[in-house]
Ligand binder design. Structure first.
Ligand code: MRU
Length: 346
């Protein structure tokens, strides 16, 4: 069984409401770009590739809403849609990658009728959506041989079907290894503060009967020290041109621990997550989220009123700590600027 994280139904974008998983499974519908932007900001949909696909549909929705308008009005509405979507979340570069593709499509249609522009934009959003599933399957094919029979695979956050259009990146590698007949098990880090590991990764694995053990983030080092982790595979929100990788907060800690314990540490990500405009990880924008995510959860507060809170949602793992970058074009061992440039020429 594979979940459909996002789907286009009767002129609307439907998203699984990931805030409610795993206790409730329901779709919410978006009919304009502002609603999609809000869904991204509020984490109804999250995970770099899923954010990119949703943003593309956000533009398409806005285009359809104004498909009967005059050209000037249509263009103003689309410019506003691009603006509001680009402001939804800062770190995952797939958002900006998808918006740029949509912007180029919009620019190509400027001389023609508005109706045709709206159709072309929807077609491109659907293409980005279906391509993402294929890309994740290719990532899985390249990554599966790196996972040994019987391996205990640690992962962080959720880089699964729920974070993409389907199959997943890090969990895609795990799924593909399982599909290749390997008897593997997963250690899912809880992923404080938003619990994507506990709520989403554990749920995905249970759905598919892939053995999964849930641990809190601070247990990871202990498990590595005890020899209970064979390999680590995580996703990425933005990879700089030299291979430095931003991913969910806590990933850097795991990479340092993995080096200490000589455990292979892989990043699985599509080429659309690589930002060649950023030379190294120091320039990657790191989202700072609401302090309420740290002081409590779902309305229950456990920290004292008045306490100062830091809530960076991502951290940067230096390329030197990464054993390999698994992409749809193949695996880059010990990524660096030259190897990453070459990846785009394969
Ligand atoms: O804040 P989130 O849940 O959007 O963060 C998600 C991650 O950090 C994922 O690991 C990353 O986006 C890769 S998803 C294939």
């Amino acid at each position: 069984m594979q979940v459909e994280t996002l789907r286009w139904r009767e002129g609307r974008l439907e998203l699984i409401d990931q805030r409610r998983l795993p206790l409730e499974f329901e779709y919410v519908a978006c009919t304009d770009a502002a609603q999609v932007a809000r869904a991204i900001r509020d984490m109804v949909v999250r995970g770099a590739p899923a954010i990119g696909c949703s943003a593309a549909y956000g533009v398409a929705l806005e285009a359809r809403r104004h498909a009967g308008a005059a050209r000037a009005q249509f263009d103003v509405a689309l410019d506003q849609a691009f603006r509001v979507l680009a402001q939804s979340r800062p770190t995952a570069v797939n958002l900006f990658w998808a918006l740029e593709r949509m912007r180029q499509c919009h620019a190509r249609t400027r001389g023609g009728p508005v109706q045709a522009a709206a159709e072309a934009l929807l077609q491109l959003a659907q293409q980005i959506h279906s391509d993402d599933i294929e890309i994740n399957r290719a990532i899985g094919r390249h990554g599966a041989p790196l996972i040994a029979e019987g391996a205990r695979v640690m992962t962080h956050c959720n880089a699964g079907a729920l974070a993409t259009a389907g199959h997943g990146t890090a969990l895609g590698v795990i799924r593909s290894a399982r599909d290749a007949g390997k008897h593997i098990s997963v250690i899912a880090n809880e992923t404080r503060p938003y619990l994507q590991g506990a709520r989403l990764t554990a749920w995905e694995m249970v759905q598919e009967s892939i053995p999964v053990t849930l641990v809190t983030d601070n247990m990871a080092g202990h498990l590595m020290q005890q020899g209970r982790v064979d390999v680590i595979v995580v996703g990425a929100d933005r990879v700089a041109a030299n291979g430095d990788t931003a991913n969910k907060i806590g990933t850097y800690t795991l990479a340092v621990l993995a080096e200490r314990h000589r455990i292979p540490f892989y990043v699985a990500a599509p080429l659309s997550t690589i930002d060649m405009a950023i030379a190294d990880g120091s320039a990657i924008p790191i989202e700072e989220r609401d302090p309420a995510e740290v002081t409590g959860f779902r309305g229950v507060r456990w920290a004292a009123e008045g306490v100062n809170v830091a809530n960076p949602a991502f951290d940067v793992t230096p390329a030197a700590l990464i054993t390999g970058l698994i992409t749809e074009s193949g695996v880059v061992g010990q990524p660096d600027a030259g190897k990453i440039r070459a990846l785009f020429e394969r």
